[in-house]
Write a protein that binds this ligand. Structure first.
Ligand SMILES: C[S@@+](CC[C@H](N)C(=O)[O-])C[C@H]1O[C@@H](n2cnc3c(N)ncnc32)[C@H](O)[C@@H]1O
Length: 272
């Protein structure tokens, strides 16, 4: 079986940042695009901390959401966060690998995966499972990064080069940093009928309440991959730390802006 590697850490401060960004930036927009009707059975592939799985579950009071997550650690945290919010029973979290999931095939109305395909070497295999998971006419919804669309302005010194080194860690471990641009093709190749694609804005600027969190998250993903980047010889240690120091100053500028979008695509299962 093909293995997949997850390069980000699970440190508490990182999880906290992700929760905030989910609540403010990503989840409301992602839910709007999903346009759930209230009774759907949904399976969330690679559910992570489960914030979006729970957001979907709240939107389907007559339905059911199953979250599949490989990491015991993420799963335990997802369950704890849900319990803290009195939502312990809202989502059925299951431990499993999306490359080899065990599911009630052909019964779901929606199969969803966000920020997961970029972490597996064979995303097509996952999307094929998603197609198999839904009933004929069911929807397959994919959202994933295309890291190449990141633009920071005014550009902090060294950041473009460091970001390129970060992107290279993906292909070094057999993953694709540009998965986002392939979502429609993945749907097609997996046998689904592509229906729609769009992008969800995942950026912001000085003056927005969320900006310090967003700026910290953006560099946080690079910071959490520090050991990987250095051990692969993709960047020199002193230079790495210098760029991060510059960046921390940049994030406090009154004219700083991060332009980033998350590709999003939807397909339908046509065959029985
Ligand atoms: C960046 S998180 C995204 C979580 C969630 N989908 C979201 O949008 O908030 C990616 C998650 O996918 C999980 N993951 C990575 N590879 C996986 C695999 N092969 N099977 C199941 N989960 C996997 C990781 O453990 C991590 O929790």
């Amino acid at each position: 079986m093909t293995e997949s590697t997850y390069i980000h850490g699970t440190a508490p401060e990182e999880q906290h940042r992700l929760s905030l960004l989910n609540d403010v930036l990503l989840n409301p927009a992602s839910l709007r695009e999903l346009a759930l009707r209230g009774g759907e059975r949904i399976v969330d592939f690679g559910s992570g901390l489960g914030q979006f799985s729970r957001a979907m579950a709240r939107a389907v009071p007559r339905g059911h959401v199953v979250g599949i997550e490989r990491s015991e650690e993420q799963l335990a945290l997802a369950r704890r966060l849900a319990a803290d919010d009195d939502e312990a029973d809202l989502v059925e979290f299951r431990q499993g690998d999306v490359l080899n999931a065990e599911l009630e095939w052909g019964t779901y109305d929606v199969a969803h995966a966000r920020f997961v395909l970029e972490h597996v070497p064979d995303p097509l295999r996952v999307v094929k499972s998603m197609v198999r998971a839904v009933r004929p006419g069911g929807r397959i919804v994919l959202a994933d990064d295309d890291h190449d669309v990141l633009r920071l302005w005014p550009e902090p010194p060294g950041i473009a080069e460091l970001w390129r080194a970060y992107m290279r860690t993906y292909d070094r471990i057999g993953n694709d940093p540009f998965t986002g641009r392939r979502l429609v093709q993945l749907l097609h190749d997996a046998g689904a009928q592509p229906v729609r694609c769009t992008v969800i804005f995942f950026g912001g600027c000085a003056g927005m309440d969320i900006f310090p969190t967003l700026a910290a998250n953006m560099i946080g993903v690079v910071r959490s991959a520090r050991e990987t980047i250095l051990s692969m010889g993709l960047y020199e240690e002193k230079a790495f730390d210098a760029v991060l120091r510059e960046y921390d100053g940049w994030a406090k500028r009154p004219d700083a802006a991060i332009w980033f979008t998350m590709p999003w695509a939807e397909g339908r299962r046509t065959s029985s």
